[in-house]
Design a binder for this molecule. Structure first.
Ligand SMILES: Cc1cc2nc3c(=O)[nH]c(=O)nc-3n(C[C@H](O)[C@H](O)[C@H](O)COP(=O)(O)OP(=O)(O)OC[C@H]3O[C@@H](n4cnc5c(N)ncnc54)[C@H](O)[C@@H]3O)c2cc1C
Length: 425
């Protein structure tokens, strides 16, 4: 058996703010090789495309890249399911689906992330009626600590616990995702949306399209800099020329001020394939800025307006460290550790300047302000780990069920790391 160890492998995450502590990195080429690694190691952690901003993916033991497993994408049109290898990126899978007339209901802002890594942290796109990427998971093949491959399908006991796993339950080798008929989308950007109009009728704004994002630098708190509306071409009606005072941008825009829009998916109302419009960024470019940190907090929809007003009150403290804040909605699901568990949510995302000490000083202020609004942190972005073990059971009704599931599937603690320990997992 030969398990390859890459000659050179980036030992940092995408944002370079985390240096991984892994003693070795392996790329198993088969499920059998993966089983050998898992059975023989004290500590193992799967690594996807390294796009998390915290240490959720770190380990002191062996880092396993699932990208070495045979790349499979097979479509079952009858069941409306695609089965794909866990290490593939959404951007690899999407065009293959489209060529055969199929689509995924949602994508994140970037197609560069791996299926398993995105699902493990509850990653999401935007849309009042569109739930997280994890909600599309219909089945998971999971290698547990004993080296056995277990399959969990929607409806099976513990399925809802297994999908958003933070990598704590084992290594996912393949994922089944729901597919829907392919569709086309237009993307239109409006500029300078009065915040008051958003607070008065948030539903009217987020209901403008299939997927809607607002970008706010909080430099002028009363004006949301950009409103991005992604609309299915088969939706009835048409977009207005103005949205409560905001006007359509006449050229392509990047969400970040003063950054070229070359990396962004096409706008100006030009129809395109679902996978070429739902993400903000194109696969062949660096997404976002590349020099940044990120945090995100998701609040139940009923608290959304109060939460936006709360951030407005903090604008003076937030703006100096901020590149841009994105507001978007995610529909509810039933996945135990999903930030949209049991409720529709509004995501309040922050793209920070790359000043980690500054961000770490500011986060407790934001977290304290949003705590009464039941804000859940994005698992893959920066948040305060102090006190997290006490906070999480209050935020996630099935937290203790997940703790029990983790103990049952990984009694040796093979997949644990410091991040999970600080969450009490
Ligand atoms: C520029 C940028 C834009 C982003 N935009 C969005 C966005 O629009 N929406 C959003 O929700 N998030 C967004 N994110 C965050 C991103 O979606 C998450 O961090 C996601 O988890 C990254 O996936 P990954 O493959 O890089 O995971 P990694 O960082 O490699 O790993 C994440 C977790 O998944 C686990 N994991 C990975 N592979 C496996 C496997 N095979 N089996 C079991 N566990 C596994 C790891 O152990 C770890 O716990 C963005 C990040 C960046 C850098």
């Amino acid at each position: 058996m030969s398990i390859s160890t890459p000659a050179s492998f980036a030992t940092r995450n995408w944002a370079s703010n985390v240096v991984y502590g892994a003693a070795s990195v392996v790329v198993p080429g088969s499920v059998a090789e993966l089983a050998d690694v898992v059975r023989s190691a004290d500590r193992v952690k799967a690594l996807g495309s390294r796009h998390c901003f915290n240490t959720v993916a770190d380990t002191a033991g062996v880092h396993v890249l699932s990208s070495g497993l045979p790349a499979e994408v097979s479509i079952d049109s009858e069941r409306r399911i695609v089965r794909a290898s866990a290490g593939l990126r959404y951007g690899d899978v999407a065009p293959k689906l489209h060529r055969q007339g199929w689509a995924l209901a949602n994508l994140a802002s970037l197609p560069h992330i791996s299926l398993a890594g995105a699902v493990a942290t509850g990653s999401h796109g935007s849309g009042d009626a569109v739930a997280s990427l994890a909600s599309a998971v219909a089945g998971v093949e999971l290698m547990t600590a004993d080296g056995e491959l277990r399959t969990y399908r929607r409806g099976d006991p513990h399925f809802d616990g297994v999908v958003v796993s933070l990598g704590a339950l084992g290594i996912v080798t393949a994922i089944e995702l729901d597919i829907i008929p392919a569709f086309e989308v237009t993307q239109t950007v409006y500029e300078r949306l009065p915040l008051d109009a958003v607070l008065q009728d948030l539903d009217a704004v987020t209901g403008l399209g299939y997927s809607v994002s607002m970008f706010h630098t909080w430099r002028d708190p009363e004006v949301v800099d950009q409103l991005w509306v992604k609309r299915r071409t088969d939706a009835p009606g048409a977009l207005p020329e103005r949205v409560v005072g905001a006007v359509k941008a006449s050229t392509k825009r990047h969400p970040l001020p003063d950054v070229s829009a070359e990396s962004c998916t096409d706008q100006l109302g030009e129809p395109g394939e679902w996978y070429a419009r739902l993400p903000h960024f194109k696969l062949e470019f660096t997404p976002s800025n590349g020099e940044e940190l990120q945090s995100e907090f998701l609040v139940p929809r009923r608290n959304a307006v109060t939460a936006i007003a709360t951030i407005r009150d903090l604008a003076q403290q937030v703006a100096p460290l901020l590149q841009v804040c994105e507001l978007r909605t995610v529909a509810r699901d039933d996945l135990w550790l999903s930030s949209a568990y049991g409720t529709d949510v509004l995501g309040i995302h922050f793209t920070w300047k790359p000043d980690q000490p500054g961000v770490e000083r500011l986060l407790p202020l934001i977290e304290r302000a949003l705590e009464p609004l039941a804000a859940r942190p994005h698992w893959g972005k920066l948040f305060t780990l102090d006190g997290a073990a006490e906070r999480m059971p209050r935020l996630y009704p099935q937290w203790n069920d997940f703790v029990a599931l983790r103990e049952r599937l990984d009694p040796r603690g093979v997949f644990r790391n410091d991040f999970l320990a600080r969450l009490g997992l």
